[in-house]
Write a protein that binds this ligand. Structure first.
Ligand SMILES: [Zn+2]
Ligand SMILES: [Zn+2]
Length: 260
């Protein structure tokens, strides 16, 4: 698997990909994407990500409960079981979403903290979703994130200053996705240009967050090089350097990639 880009955040289990997933996986490989982390959002989608990883060598599962679905999380016994399976590389996606507030915030915080504890106990990385909830996320990390763990704040669209706060306090990685290709993203452009390269990883978050020039269509891992190219432009660096660095970062973020 070494040598290709890593799409550090995707959702390949949904109906968007039912009809042509084999083609999607092939196009990703042809585009130079060697591994795709497919993140669960609840028990069913976490199990689906595991099944996909058995069908396709390049698909790598993460398992967890998304903040949108935190109200239905229950006792998380199933997550304990799945987290112990050898192929699972991370707990995710987990976190807080105060933009949509689909689950009560108190429940989101509780479910996030319990999953962080589970990840810490297992020594697994965490894949975090954070929307309009940065202060609470940082507060919860202070009590529940183990310094020996790794983690990523996926779909990072914050300011340079916010990125620095995540990096300096918790040494997490920041997932850079299709939003960086959008024209009206000055704050994110500045952040991606200035943040330390050794903390950035690439992601599609497909089927969402489709990069330019494909906006309006379904996103897929084969579009990851468009995001890599834009990061290279913003940093004034060769695309090959950005590809190599973000791939190395993804391997540090998900140590179990090496055992696959
Ligand atoms: Zn997310
Ligand atoms: Zn996601």
């Amino acid at each position: 698997m070494i040598g290709g880009l890593v799409d550090t955040h995707a959702h390949l289990d949904g109906t968007d990909f039912h009809a042509d997933l084999a083609e999607v996986v092939r196009r990703a490989r042809d585009a130079g994407v060697a591994a795709i982390i497919s993140a669960g959002q609840d028990e069913a989608t976490s199990r689906a990500a595991l099944c996909l990883s058995e069908r396709f060598e390049s698909i790598v599962p993460a398992v967890g409960v998304h903040p949108h679905l935190a109200a239905d999380a229950g006792a998380l016994n199933w997550l304990e079981t799945l987290a112990g399976l050898p192929g699972v590389v991370a707990i995710g996606e987990i976190g807080l979403d105060y933009h949509y507030d689909f689950a009560p915030r108190e429940i989101q915080r509780d479910v996030f903290a319990r999953q962080l504890d589970l990840a810490a106990a297992r020594g697994l990385p965490v894949v975090m979703h954070c929307r309009e909830a940065e202060e609470d996320l940082l507060t919860i990390l202070r009590g529940h994130f183990d310094a020996a763990q790794t983690g990523v704040v996926h779909c990072f669209t914050g300011s340079y200053e916010m990125g620095v706060r995540f990096i300096e306090e918790f040494s997490v990685f920041l997932g850079i996705g299709g939003a960086v290709t959008f024209k009206k993203a000055d704050q994110l452009h500045e952040a991606v240009a200035r943040l330390p390269l050794e903390r950035l990883v690439l992601e599609t978050d497909c089927p969402f967050m489709t990069p330019a020039p494909h906006r309006g269509k379904r996103n897929e891992p084969a579009y990851l090089p468009l995001t890599c190219r834009r990061v290279a432009e913003l940093r004034g660096a060769p695309e090959t350097d950005i590809a190599a660095a973000t791939t190395a970062n993804a391997w540090r973020l998900f140590p179990k990639l090496a055992t696959r």
